[in-house]
Ligand binder design. Structure first.
Ligand SMILES: Nc1nc2c(ncn2[C@@H]2O[C@H](COP(=O)(O)OP(=O)(O)OP(=O)(O)O)[C@@H](O)[C@H]2O)c(=O)[nH]1
Ligand SMILES: [Mg+2]
Length: 638
């Protein structure tokens, strides 16, 4: 009879002790391979395993990593100015003084050197983190990629990604960055282990197996929190782990469920799985409306205790399962604004002023570019039941599609707006050119955005330099089939017409969308968890075998069988016999024979490496339950 003998090629992660509350652990997966099959079968002196007898399940933890160093800089200090009001304008003035504002390449250079600390104004020598020991540690930990936990390489990769920033905006000083993307790690709780225990009571001889099952690991949920308007909290907390289930105990006591983790995100957050090679991963969820809650990762199942393995033929089961590992993922979050109307335009055009006069919003208004750094939302009501959400977006500059100015961050917000209102600064030198430049940026960033319905509003009509150029601007646009509006936002003249036109456009757009889309199905927010569950509960006989002829290695890949191996607790000798049985029953042995496996070939199933033997001379499953004296022993308490 053919058989497989067992070796671990590398110590599987789940065999290592997990100290989930420690931040700086040694990296797993680097230990020497352990040989299992050559060892004599251990005598099972069974006792109830009690690593954690706490009454509740494991606690959910979040881990802290610090934002990159440059997010800590104090603009005042860096710019060597005393008033907080002038910090950005000073920066703008500095650019102007250098007469570089019109030269895109030199602007790029300026902002780049600004970031790198080459500009003389900035004193990068001050390490603002020195004051706080924890933060200094955090910096080291992030910089060197020392992610000390059981997720090893994966997490390190994620942190690198975070450091590189993937899409870190070019030339944007840290204070001006918009925290609308984040990279986070989520892990569902591992299931608790089942235990081997026996009922020991006076006058109840041979009381029978009584090992309870482990508790289920905690789930990971995402919830929309209406009070959030950015992903800023994820600059500090990037690891979210649900608690592990408690282990089972004697007297058939099952472990408690692990604590759940609820990750709160702002409305309009898109959740992607981290992509490979700089590409964006696929979208898993879009959480748009406050109160929405999605189960993303289900907790791992608790391992069964020996009470569950009792059968007519095995009344003394010396076997229990380990808990199923909770699924984990690196995710990219992206916040896209949910607004009906987006106000776009060059810096200083009067976008915030417009929002402030048509809604109750009170955005910051000032006579310098980039006053608005984060989008402002306002609700505009025209009538009793006619309202729309209007977003005042930060100003766009030439080169924004390449990330210049406030770049991609803000262009992304326009993707969600149904209708756009272009505000053109009439007092500028060339309003036509300004309008074209903004259109071009939108088009270059995304053709979809440029196809959105829009209206053009010529602002600052109260100023003579603006009203002089209005006619030529109007004629120019009319020649292109666009009917522009004019207004004086500060005087509230012409703003009502703008609001009505935007609302009309919005109404038409939503009617058209309804026609093309029909009635949308209510979306299933738990589909990721369902997919994970489906993958994990694949039948054990659903596997594929591939062969590496160069190294005589066979790979057996299947969700069911891999999960079975992960949950097998090799500390119990019966586990080995059960595994052998599963290989036989699931058809792995048969399939290998059919495919031509030969003596000495390596067979890799999940984390197990096995050597194929044509004759049954290495592992004798029938011997597994016996001690060194060849007798089955009743378990001993210690
Ligand atoms: N005279 C006049 N000034 C205006 C008008 N609308 C806005 N302004 C002024 O223009 C300056 C810029 O206005 P904001 O509303 O902050 O411009 P913005 O487009 O939001 O600018 P960013 O947020 O920097 O992109 C402010 O000083 C306003 O008072 C207008 O109709 N007439
Ligand atoms: Mg503004």
């Amino acid at each position: 009879m053919a058989s497989l003998s067992f070796y671990f090629t590398s110590t599987p992660n789940h065999l290592l002790p997990i100290q989930s509350h420690s931040k700086f652990q040694s990296r797993p997966g680097t230990r020497k391979p352990k040989k299992l099959s050559k060892k004599p079968n251990p005598i099972l002196k069974t006792k109830t395993i009690s690593p954690n007898y706490g009454s509740g399940g494991g606690e959910a933890t979040t881990y802290t990593s610090l934002p990159p160093k440059d997010d800590f800089f104090e603009p005042l200090e860096l710019l060597n100015v005393s008033s907080s009001e002038v910090k950005l304008s000073d920066l703008a003035k500095k650019v102007e003084n250098e007469e570089e504002i019109d030269d895109l390449s030199s602007q790029d250079e300026f902002f780049e050197s600004f970031e790198e600390g080459e500009v003389g104004l900035i004193d990068w020598g001050t390490d603002l983190n020195d004051e706080n020991g924890v933060e200094v540690l955090g910096m080291e930990y992030e910089g060197e990629g020392k992610e000390g936990n059981e997720d090893g390489d994966n997490e390190e990769e994620g942190l690198e990604g975070l450091e590189d920033g993937g899409e870190k905006e070019k030339g944007v000083p840290a204070v001006m960055r918009c925290f609308d993307t984040a990279k986070i790690y989520v892990k569902a709780g591992d299931g608790g282990n089942g235990v081997v225990a026996f009922r020991r009571e006076k006058y109840v001889p041979y009381g029978g197996p009584s090992g309870g099952a482990g508790g289920r690991g905690g789930n990971v949920y995402f919830e929309v929190d209406s009070s959030m308007n950015s992903l800023l909290p994820f600059r500090k907390n990037i690891h979210f782990r649900a608690g592990r289930g408690s282990h089972g105990q004697g007297k058939k006591q099952d472990g408690a469920k692990g604590e759940e983790v609820v990750v709160s995100v702002a409305p309009g957050t898109v959740i992607r799985q981290t992509g490979q090679g700089g590409k964006k991963g696929r979208v898993l969820l879009e959480l748009l409306h406050p109160g929405e809650r999605a189960l993303l990762l289900p907790g791992g199942r608790g391992g069964r205790g020996n009470a569950s393995f009792k059968s007519g033929t095995n009344k003394v089961p010396m076997i229990a399962e380990k808990g199923e590992e909770g699924a984990d993922m690196w995710l990219e979050l992206e916040l896209k604004l949910v607004a009906d109307v987006g106000i776009v335009g060059a810096p200083n055009a009067g976008k915030s002023t417009l929002l402030s006069v048509i809604s109750a919003a009170q955005p910051e208004i000032a006579n310098y570019p980039f006053t608005t750094l984060l989008p402002n939302l306002g609700v505009v009501s025209l009538d009793f039941d006619a309202t729309m959400v209007v977003a005042d977006l930060p100003g766009l500059l030439e080169g924004a599609h390449r990330g210049f100015g406030l770049g991609h961050e803000f262009l992304r917000h326009t993707e969600r707006c149904s209708v756009l209102v272009h505000v053109v600064d009439g007092s500028g030198d060339q309003p036509d050119f300004e309008f074209d430049a903004v259109r071009l940026e939108l088009e270059l960033f995304s053709p979809q955005i440029s196809k959105k319905p829009f209206i053009v509003v010529y602002n600052k009509m109260d100023l003579p330099e603006a009203s002089e150029k209005w006619t030529s601007f109007k004629e120019n646009l009319q020649a292109r089939g666009i009917e522009p509006f004019c207004m004086s936002a500060v005087n509230r003249q012409g703003t009502h017409e703008v609001v009505c036109a935007a609302y009309e456009l919005l109404r038409k757009k939503s009617e058209m969308d309804k026609e093309t889309r029909g009635w949308a199905e209510p979306s299933n927010l738990n589909h990721v968890a369902e997919m994970v569950h489906k993958q994990r509960s694949a039948p054990i006989n659903d596997f594929e075998i591939s062969h590496e002829s160069s190294s005589d290695t066979w790979h057996v890949v299947g969700g069911g069988i891999q999960r079975f191996i992960q949950m097998t607790n090799w500390q119990y000798s019966e586990s080995l016999r059960r595994f052998q049985h599963v290989l036989e029953a699931s058809g792995v042995n048969k399939s290998l024979l059919k495919l031509g496996v030969k003596e000495g070939d390596r067979v890799i199933v999940g984390e197990m490496e096995l050597i194929w033997h044509d004759s049954n001379n290495k592992v004798d499953p029938s011997n597994m339950r016996k001690g060194s004296d060849g007798l089955t022993k009743w378990p001993q308490w210690r």
